[in-house]
Design a protein around this ligand. Structure first.
Ligand code: NAP
Ligand code: GLV
Length: 306
C-alpha cells in the first residue's frame, strides 16, 4: 500500500514517523511533483497539481474537520474524502467557546481593565436567561459545544440544515427556522462548514436580526463573516463585540481594523487544533478498515460540500 502525504504548513517528519510506526509495511512519503501513484493520501489544502497527478487515489484523509479547501479542487472522481471525526477537537472547541461565552456574559474584559487600572468595582450580575446562545451547525463540533454550554445553564438553541436532536438543546433547522433562531439569539456561535450556501452568512441582514447588543463568536471559517458588516454593526451598537478565531485572510494582515477594535477578541485559528497522535491513530484505523472493504465514519458528501 502506498500513502502520499501532502499537507500545507505542516511539519511532515513526525507524521511520517507516526504513520510508519503504525503501518510498517506501507510505503509512505511526502508528495513531490512527478511522484508515483499512491493508494491513499493524507492531505491539508493540497494543490490542484497533486489531484491531477494522483488520479488513482482511493481516499483522501483530510487532517482537519473542515474540507472547504479540498472542495475547491477537482478531485479524482472515485476518491472518497474522509474528514477527521473529532480526534480530540470537539473538547477543545467546547472549552474555547465556553470561555468566550462566559468571558462575555461575566464581563471579564471589563473587570480585567478595571483591575489593571487599580479599580475595585462590581458590575450588576446579568440574568443568564437573557443570554440565549444560538449555535449554528450541530455537527461533530457544534453539538458538543451546545451540550457543554448547557452545563453552565445558559439557554442554548441549535440550528442545522436538517432536523437534529441534541439532548437538552431545543433546535431549529433550515431556512424556515432561521429567522426564529436569530431572533432568540443573544450570543451567536458559528460552527457551520464553509459551503456556497453558508458563505457570507454572518452578514448585515442576518446579524441585524439578532437581539440588540448580541455577541458573535466565529470559530468556523473567515469566509462566513462579512467583516465590514460586523465592524459597522459594532459601531452602531447592534453588536456588542465578537470573539474571532478565523479570518478571510490568515494570518490576519497587519493594519486590518480587527487588530485595533477593542470590542473584538482575536485568536490565530487555534480554537480546535489537529492533535497529531489522535489523528494518526484515527487515519490508520480507517485506512485498515477501508482496505478490508469496511465502512468508516467521517465520510464527506462531496455534493453537499461537508
Ligand atoms: P460537521 O460535523 O460537518 O457539521 C456541520 C453542521 O452544520 C451540521 O449540523 C450541518 O447540518 C450544518 N449545516 C451545514 N450546512 C448548513 C446550512 N446550509 N444551513 C444550516 N446548517 C448547515 O462539521 P463540524 O465537524 O462540526 O465542524 C464545523 C466547522 O468548524 C468545520 O467545517 C470547520 O470549518 C470548522 N472548524 C474550525 C476549527 C478551528 O480551529 N477554528 C477547527 C475545526 C473545525 P446537518 O446536521 O443537517 O447536516
Ligand atoms: C480546522 O480549522 C479544521 O477544519 O480542522
Amino acid at each position: 500500500m502506498k500513502i502520499s502525504f501532502c499537507c500545507k504548513d505542516t511539519k511532515a517528519e513526525p507524521w511520517l514517523e507516526g504513520l510508519h510506526a503504525a503501518l510498517p509495511d506501507a510505503d509512505i512519503s511526502v508528495w513531490q511533483p512527478g511522484a508515483p501513484q499512491a493508494d491513499y493520501a493524507v492531505v491539508w489544502a493540497p494543490p490542484q497539481q497533486f489531484m491531477d497527478e494522483q488520479p488513482g487515489l482511493k481516499a483522501l484523509f483530510n487532517i482537519g474537520a473542515g474540507v472547504d479547501a479540498l472542495m475547491k479542487l477537482k478531485l479524482p472522481p472515485q476518491a472518497q474524502v474522509v474528514r477527521l471525526d473529532d480526534a480530540g477537537m470537539s473538547v477543545q472547541m467546547a472549552e474555547y467557546v465556553s470561555q468566550a461565552v462566559i468571558r462575555h456574559f461575566r464581563e471579564l474584559d471589563g473587570y480585567e481593565a478595571d483591575m489593571r487600572a487599580g479599580t475595585w468595582a462590581f458590575r450588576k450580575p446579568r440574568a443568564r436567561a437573557d443570554f440565549t446562545v444560538g449555535v449554528m451547525g450541530l455537527g461533530v463540533l457544534g453539538a458538543r459545544v451546545a451540550k457543554a454550554l448547557t452545563v453552565f445553564e445558559f439557554p442554548v438553541l441549535g440550528w442545522s440544515r436538517s432536523p437534529k436532536t441534541v439532548e437538552a438543546v431545543p433546535t431549529l433547522h433550515g431556512s424556515q427556522g432561521f429567522a426564529e433562531f436569530l431572533a432568540q439569539t443573544r450570543i451567536l456561535v458559528n460552527l457551520l462548514p464553509l459551503t456556497p450556501e453558508t458563505e457570507n452568512i454572518l452578514n448585515r441582514a442576518n446579524l441585524s436580526q439578532l437581539q440588540r447588543g448580541a455577541y458573535v463568536i466565529n470559530v468556523a471559517r473567515g469566509g462566513h463573516l462579512v467583516e465590514e458588516d460586523l465592524l459597522a454593526l459594532i459601531a452602531e451598537g447592534q453588536i456588542a463585540g465578537a470573539t474571532l478565531d478565523v479570518f478571510r485572510q490568515e494570518p490576519l494582515p497587519a493594519g486590518h481594523p480587527f487588530w485595533s477594535e477593542p470590542c473584538i477578541t482575536l485568536t490565530p485559528h487555534t480554537s480546535a487544533r489537529t492533535l497529531r497522535d489522535e489523528s494518526i491513530a484515527q487515519i490508520v484505523g480507517k485506512v485498515v478498515a477501508m482496505s478490508r472493504g469496511e465502512a468508516v465514519q467521517g465520510m464527506v458528501d462531496v455534493q453537499r460540500g461537508y
